[in-house]
Design a protein around this ligand. Structure first.
Ligand code: EPU
Length: 300
């Protein structure tokens, strides 16, 4: 493994650290370590890192901003990638926003606001990257990332770059047709003309609503379950009397029942135990099978 690590560490446009704790890089503040964490700044460097990892038989995983994710306590085997600098850049032309897969959604919203590009206000307050938002089709109940995506550039496991148009892809509630081994290099988002003041107002309203209804500022992975068709996971969990239910450091948020918060020192095991208890109670009381929205990755 050390040979592969040395090779990766020597690639231009790469910074790397061995045995990095993932709890430092997830919004839950939970997760064991990975063998190597690699910050990659260019497409060329990314291809070289992936080629070296493939040749050395090491799995790779793109972390994004560590939101909407639960990393288990045994961590992730192999190489964990963060896309930075050029791969996280943002360019605005007219009503189009070209953003790297590693760009933060917050930065996209702020650039859209100052350019008077409307439509993307719903992304305000979502702590993810453009790549993560494309894969999980981030958004609210019926307005989502895919609605504004004009073009997507991805890198497949054959290390070929492919440009896809919106018509090549399918998006649904929290799902997309992006293959699990694709890495999002860049997305072009297309908004509508608006005044800067109008966009600013909508962003502020959206953030204010979040501050009022969600445990903003606490350690969570966002909503933990998908909303079942025609209902709300938060409403079901609250009506099952589970707000505030605790397993170790994991708690059903008293603010919004579809959030689990890490009140300090929670483990992935405790969070998953709490998830199982919630699913069980909601199934018994309402006959509804809740489905996780967050991705669970790594080893026990
Ligand atoms: N509700 C309760 N108890 C609660 C929470 C909610 O009764 O503890 C009720 C509310 O009163 C409301 C309904 O459930 O009548 C819906 O709640 P809310 O308006 O807060 O929206 P949500 O459906 O729970 C969705 C997305 C959020 C997104 C918000 C706002 C899902 C699973 N959740 O929440 O996305 O921020 O709309 O746009 O689709 C996420 O995906 O991580 C996420 C937080």
């Amino acid at each position: 493994m050390t040979d592969v690590f040395e090779k990766i560490e020597g690639i231009t446009g790469v910074a790397a650290r061995e045995n990095e704790l993932l709890s430092l890089h997830t919004t839950f503040g939970v997760g064991g370590s990975c063998d190597l964490m690699v910050w990659v700044s260019t497409e060329e460097a990314l291809k070289e890192v992936l080629a070296a990892a493939q040749a050395g038989g090491l799995p790779t995983f793109v972390l994004g901003r560590g939101s909407n994710l639960l990393v288990r306590d045994g961590g992730i085997s192999g190489v964990v990638l963060r896309l930075v600098e050029e791969l996280a850049g943002i360019d605005v032309t007219g009503l189009g926003i070209r953003a790297g897969g590693g760009a933060s959604l917050g930065e996209v919203v702020s650039r859209a606001t100052s350019a008077g590009i409307g439509g993307l206000e719903f992304l305000a307050g979502i702590p993810g990257t453009v790549g993560g938002a494309a894969v999980a089709n981030a958004g609210a109940r019926d307005i989502w990332f895919g609605h504004y995506m004009a073009e997507l550039t991805i890198l497949g496991s054959d290390l070929e770059t492919v440009r896809l148009s919106a018509d090549d892809l399918k998006f649904g509630y929290r799902t997309s047709s992006l293959a699990p081994d694709w890495i999002v290099i860049e997305a072009v988002l297309s908004g509508a003309a608006a005044s800067v003041e109008e966009v600013r107002q909508k962003v502020e309203t959206s953030l204010e609503r979040r501050r009022r209804t969600q445990p903003v500022g606490e350690r969570s992975a966002g909503c933990i379950f998908k909303n079942p068709p025609g209902d709300s996971a938060g409403r079901l969990i609250e009506s099952a009397g589970l707000k505030g239910l605790t397993v170790g450091g994991a708690q059903v948020s008293p603010v919004h029942a579809n959030f689990i918060v890490n009140t300090g020192g929670a483990t992935a095991r405790e969070i998953l135990d709490l998830v199982a208890r919630i699913k069980d109670r909601v199934k018994v009381l309402n006959g509804v099978e809740l489905e996780l929205e967050v991705s669970v990755v790594g080893k026990d």
